[in-house]
Design a protein. Structure first.
Length: 139
């Protein structure tokens, strides 16, 4: 049976210092590269958004709330995804609000790209909660 040994960078540097007789040298953390989907994290009124589109949509929803079209706007709301009594994951909605015109609760996601994981979570959400996530795409 083969055992895999996993060491942190600090542990490797300390080992090298002991065996080579020199001071430990710790490598700098890699700089964060471009996002896989080219989204840029931004802040909107002190709230972090995962993309420019999400921040723009949040501003639209805030204006709609001021106009009385929606109410009870909440952002980054987590919904547990359950199988029986076991939690198998969680879906975090970009926004949850009550639509006054449609007289219903809306769980919304500002979408640029639908990943396989998101598609699975959306199907699971609909099966568990009985309604679909409202996807809003940039026009």
């Amino acid at each position: 049976m083969t055992r895999t040994l996993r060491l942190t960078e600090l542990q490797v540097a300390a080992h090298q210092a002991r065996t080579l007789g020199r001071a430990p040298q710790v490598m700098a953390a890699p700089s964060p590269g471009k996002s896989k989907f080219r989204n840029v994290r931004v802040e909107n009124d002190g709230e972090a958004c995962d993309s420019k589109w999400e921040a723009e949509r949040l501003q639209q929803l805030q204006l709609m709330e001021k106009a009385g079209e929606i109410r009870e706007l909440r952002t980054q709301v987590s919904f547990p995804l359950m199988v029986g009594d076991e939690m198998v994951g969680a879906y975090v909605a970009d926004a949850v609000y009550f639509d006054v015109k449609q007289n219903r609760k809306v769980v919304e996601d500002a979408k640029g790209y639908r990943t396989p994981l998101y598609r699975w979570k959306a199907r699971h959400f609909k099966a568990q909660y009985g309604f679909a996530i409202s996807e809003v795409r940039k026009s």
